[in-house]
Design a protein around this ligand. Structure first.
Ligand code: HEM
Length: 368
């Protein structure tokens, strides 16, 4: 049977949802084109002072986007990211040590979730005694409770503006110090932008990376031949993860708003209408990927759109790739025989946007 995305790509590649009045776009070329045409498709959300995410880089168009991106990308240079490797490895091993001694293991709660959260906390320079708050905030930001979300956003705003003030007086070797520093041309981020950026990092960076790691676990578990290959040669892990990014794209869709009338495959998209760019469908487009339904770690090149494309291309892509590479190499090395506990059915998280599961119990070899 055809999947929903397959059916839409073949029959209704650009389709208007009558009930919401927004467009859905399913073909790879169209999704990529819209990502590129930021003059016709805006990233701006509803301007609100209350929601720092709406003031963040993700929701800006040029020229504001370009200014923000220049400022924040200095905190994400390849040198900074590569410099994180030893730290990430240490954290991954620490989490494995804890898993080894615990009674029941859930690779999501015990590994894939704390790993990116700890790394962001480390990058931001959150002191160890505040890490518990930090974990609670990041959980609330991706949870489904709007009250709690708002409450935590308030707490984080207070917390991060205090840290920003302290770093202005006494800079440290951390990301917030980088963000508060005035640049040579006098440009500087406002407090709201700094807070929005810190919160965005938690929202954009944590659950996505967690889901990439658990999806990789799932794919390697259901493809024992792939697992064998990766255990034998761990240098294949990065290309295997590219295929996981294609096959189980952690971010399934991104939104744009039409700003200039555009005709796409005979459909007229009018200003003010929203467009859902289905990354999850584009990455399975048969016009681009041969046998897209086959999980093939030797697909090179693998031009998937999992991190987006164009000016908003994921700022954390290199960090996410490094983290997930170290995560999977460490898990495969430490627990080569581990298996998913199939007595629990896997349950997908309740989201259209994110692709992932709610929990992932595993069994270690010596307990099988
Ligand atoms: C943007 C996916 C990890 C920070 C994006 C976009 C996608 C994406 C699709 C484009 C949004 C758009 O075009 O509107 C992912 C996936 C990840 C991941 C699949 C993990 C597997 C991370 C991490 C960080 C991060 C680890 C930071 C620590 C950002 C930021 C942007 C962004 C700041 C906005 C960039 C801009 O607007 O210029 N991400 N992301 N992401 N991502 Fe990621």
């Amino acid at each position: 049977p055809l999947t929903y995305f397959e059916k839409m790509r073949n029959s209704f590649p650009v389709s208007l949802n009558e009930s919401t009045g927004s467009w859905d776009v399913f073909k790879y070329e169209d999704v990529k084109t819209i990502f590129t045409q930021h003059e016709h498709f805006s990233s701006q959300g509803i301007e609100t002072m209350k929601d720092p995410i709406e003031a963040s880089i993700l929701r800006q168009d040029p020229p504001k986007h370009r200014q923000l991106r220049m400022l924040v990308s200095q905190a994400f240079t390849p040198r900074v990211i590569e410099g994180m490797a030893a730290k990430i490895e240490a954290i991954a091993h620490e989490l494995c040590d804890q898993m080894e001694t615990s009674e029941r293991i859930d690779v999501l709660h015990d590994f894939a979730s704390p790993l990116p959260i700890t790394i962001i906390a480390e990058m931001l320079g959150i002191p160890p005694e505040d890490r518990e708050h930090f974990k609670r905030w990041s959980d609330a930001l991706v949870g489904n409770d709007p009250e709690r979300y708002y409450q935590c956003q308030q707490e984080m705003s207070v917390y991060f503006s205090e840290i920003a003030d302290r770093r202005r007086l006494e800079p440290q070797d951390d990301l917030i110090s980088n963000l508060v520093r005035a640049k040579g041309d006098g440009s500087q981020l406002s407090d709201l932008e700094i807070i929005g950026f810190c919160i965005l990092l938690l929202v954009a960076g944590n659950e996505t990376t967690t889901n990439l790691i658990t999806s990789a676990m799932l794919m390697f578990d259901s493809h024992p031949d792939v697992r064998e290959q990766l255990i034998a040669d761990s240098s294949l892990v990065p290309q295997a993860l590219e295929e996981v990014l294609r096959f189980c794209s952690p971010v399934q869709t991104m939104i744009r708003t039409v700003t200039k009338t555009t005709v796409l495959r005979d459909q007229t998209l009018n200003p003010g209408q929203m467009v859902n760019l289905w990354i999850g469908s584009a990455n399975h487009d048969e016009d681009i990927f041969e046998h897209p339904e086959i999980f093939n770690i030797h697909r090179i090149p693998n031009p998937n759109l999992a991190f987006g494309h164009g000016i908003h291309y994921c700022l954390g892509a290199q960090l996410a790739r490094l983290e997930s590479k170290i995560a999977m190499q460490t898990l495969l090395k430490r627990f080569p025989e581990c298996q998913l506990d199939r007595s629990h059915p896997l349950e997908r998280i309740d989201s259209w946007i994110m692709f992932g599961v709610k929990q992932m119990p595993i069994v270690l070899a010596h307990r099988l």
